[in-house]
Design a binder for this molecule. Structure first.
Ligand code: SF4
Length: 281
């Protein structure tokens, strides 16, 4: 599967209709107005979607637009019990296409009107366009940050926004009186998961008064390794074996995760926000 590094190339866009939009899983509700994601992150777990929705293009180069998303959601909301809704679980709901399509915006408005809480998690400052739709108490705005290093960000998340723009999302959401969250992850083994990096990440989260912090580790989900392994081999050949063992050798992975957890907890304590650490692998 090729990786997309031509950040000016546009994805192949198809319009599709969905029967339902609101999904209920173990962790609560989620919606996805798009299948596929223009951000094309190398480590993206949502690649698994291609098992159920095969596309000839590689991940990051196609997006199916669910043109009737708001209509399908409106029908479901007549009967659903209000709760938190993850926006989104298998794509970035504010990827570039959303600027013109405005499907996520329409769905967030509907969710809030019906008393559901929008739990946004994005890499795009486009989410700030929808501040007028969001409501305190019924919205949490979250940003994903994998690394503070601009060069690493470009390699791993070639079509997503820069790191400063993502901190800016949290700052603006906070100013608007909304609850905020940050997902640090997936942390990149040996590249963005060291004590110093973690202290810088947690320190910034504390400065901005972020309400909830999650940490995620690189995860051996289906279809992820070929893309990750290829990038690591190209850019950091000396780390390739280490990554391969973290992905495929359970004892190595367990040891890696235990050490990572200890560093994360230490950094959270140093920043004085250990009580806001809601999830760590
Ligand atoms: S933004 Fe999220 S869904 Fe989109 S490619 Fe990156 S990791 Fe995958």
């Amino acid at each position: 599967m090729a990786q997309r590094h031509d950040t000016s190339a546009r994805p192949v866009v198809r319009e599709v209709e969905c029967k339902t939009l609101l999904n209920r899983g173990k962790l609560g509700y989620s919606i996805n107005c798009y299948t596929g994601c223009e951000h094309a992150c190398v480590y993206c777990y949502a690649r698994f979607m291609q098992r159920f929705h095969p596309h000839p293009e590689p991940w990051g180069e196609f997006v199916d637009v669910k043109v009737n998303a708001a209509g399908a959601l409106a029908k479901q909301l007549k009967r659903a019990e209000p709760g938190g809704v993850f926006v989104s679980s298998a794509c970035d709901a504010w990827q570039p296409l959303e600027r013109e399509r405005r499907l996520t915006r329409a769905c967030c408005r509907l969710l809030i009107e019906h008393g559901f809480k929008v739990n946004a998690l994005t890499k795009s400052p486009l989410v700030l366009r929808d501040l007028d739709v969001f409501r305190p108490g019924l919205t949490r705005v979250g940003a994903t940050i994998t690394t503070l290093d601009a060069g690493l960000r470009r390699l791993w998340e070639p079509c997503a926004s820069g790191v400063e723009e993502r901190w800016g999302i949290l700052e603006s959401a906070k100013e608007a009186g909304l609850e905020t969250a940050v997902m640090f992850g997936p942390l990149l083994p040996e590249l963005s998961d060291g004590g110093e990096s973690l202290e810088a990440l947690f320190g910034r989260a504390a400065e901005l008064g972020v309400d909830v912090v999650w940490v995620d580790a690189m995860n051996p989900r289906p279809r992820v390794w070929p893309a990750v392994g290829r990038l690591v081999r190209q850019q950091w050949p000396a780390l390739h074996d280490r990554y391969a063992r973290i992905f495929h050798h359970e004892p190595t992975r367990e040891k890696y995760l235990a050490a990572l957890r200890a560093r994360v907890e230490k950094a959270a304590r140093a920043a004085g926000i250990e009580d806001r650490l809601a999830g760590c692998p």
